[in-house]
Write a protein that binds this ligand. Structure first.
Ligand SMILES: Nc1ncnc2c1ncn2[C@@H]1O[C@H](COP(=O)(O)OP(=O)(O)OP(=O)(O)O)[C@@H](O)[C@H]1O
Ligand SMILES: [Mg+2]
Length: 358
């Protein structure tokens, strides 16, 4: 980390904010210097004897935590560069960008901000992603602000790219400080961003090992697995044409039929299955899509204990095989399916949509 260039406006903002502030959120486009400003503020405020809770809500390029998560670290004294890692808590969201996971992203920020307060942070400082353009970003950022209720919103701008958000916030009565981006900002390519994420995954999984757990002892909130009635393959109606393939695993609960199979969605006879099983929704998990999927391992309070990579899932033998550094796997109550495929070498192998439904 290079030395931080601190324009006098940054210094003035730090002084102004430190009084009577519980929550401060930093906004800006990608590569605007948000995380650098957070480092500066953390240093300045801890030097003034303020306990700072750094909530890192950047799912793609996190400073403190791991990609796909929101994390928290508490600082009491001015940190060294290497202190901005090893979060004290983190919450799995599921994607390296909030799309498709807006609720999970907001919920995770709320959990981390609450923990920061519970741990006595004088100021909870929220670092964010550079996702600022378009209606979805506008809605997400606004809800984040309404949920966190920050005393200060600090926006880094190169020109006027944040005004479509900031003008609205001011009309709503939020206090905004506008700061110019530093001349020392260095932009990063997509390849550099991906390499950065790989290093983060590698570091997280460096002590991971293969472990098995019982599928039916845990909950998968995104599907009915383990909550329904098992439909044995012989009960499959002949007209579905699904007899030829490896027998699929099927479970029915209420109006939903879950199928876990080695087949593509396009070969599912949706209409026939709905009729035969008297359900309104068919959910398919193509078993191969689960391999290498990054998942969140949460406890009974829905706090993330750790991350895992699925090696295999076999509902017939009730066995979920995971690669994870988590030791207390008996505490895992829910498994959150994400969208990222990550190899044991830390490399990302794209995104996948695990759950298909009709
Ligand atoms: N004030 C500054 N002084 C020195 N270097 C800076 C400053 N601001 C930003 N940089 C440099 O620019 C790069 C990008 O900054 P930073 O990571 O803080 O941006 P960001 O907005 O958090 O990016 P992202 O959107 O990827 O999270 C970093 O290498 C950082 O060291
Ligand atoms: Mg950043």
């Amino acid at each position: 980390m290079n030395t931080i260039d601190v324009p006098k406006e940054w210094h003035q903002a730090a002084e102004r904010i430190k009084h009577d502030t519980k929550v401060c959120i930093i906004l800006g486009k990608i590569d605007s210097g948000k995380s650098t400003l957070c480092r500066y503020l953390t240093q300045a405020w801890t030097a003034s004897m303020i306990r700072v809770g750094y909530v890192d809500s950047d799912l793609g390029q996190p400073t403190i935590g791991f990609p796909t998560t929101v994390s928290l670290k508490i600082f009491d004294i001015p940190p060294q560069d290497h202190d901005y890692s090893n979060p004290s808590h983190f919450q799995f969201v599921g994607n390296t960008a909030p799309d498709g996971f807006l609720l999970q992203a907001l919920h995770a920020v709320k959990i981390m901000a609450d923990k920061s307060r519970q741990q006595g942070a004088g100021i909870t400082l929220v670092d964010t992603s550079g996702f600022i353009d378009g209606p979805v970003a506008r809605i997400l950022k606004l809800h984040k602000i309404e949920m966190l209720r920050p005393q200060w919103i600090v926006a880094l701008q190169a020109k006027d790219e944040m005004e479509h958000l900031l003008k609205g916030y001011e009309k709503m009565g939020w206090q905004v400080i506008r700061l110019a981006c530093s001349k020392h900002v260095v932009t990063r390519s997509q390849a550099e961003r991906q390499r950065y994420r790989s290093e983060k995954y590698k570091s997280y999984f460096r002590h991971a090992r293969i472990t098995n757990c019982s599928i039916h002892k845990v909950v998968f909130p995104s599907c009915i697995l383990g909550t329904g009635q098992r439909m044995a393959p012989p009960e499959l109606p002949k007209e579905t044409g699904m007899h030829a393939m490896n027998p699929p695993y099927m479970e029915k609960c209420g109006n939903e039929l879950l199928i876990i199979a080695d087949i593509a969605g396009s070969s599912i006879p949706v209409y026939e299955l709905k009729n035969s099983f008297d359900v309104t929704t068919i959910v398919l998990i193509e078993r191969p899509t689960l391999k290498d999927l990054l998942v969140g391992l949460n406890d009974e309070n829905n706090f993330t204990i750790g991350l895992g990579i699925i090696a295999d899932m076999n509902p017939f033998t009730d066995k979920l095989t995971l690669f994870t550094p988590v030791q207390d796997t008996h505490k895992v109550t829910t498994i959150r399916l994400g969208t990222m495929k990550v190899g044991l070498d830390g490399k990302e192998y794209g995104k996948t949509r695990v759950i298909q439904h009709w």
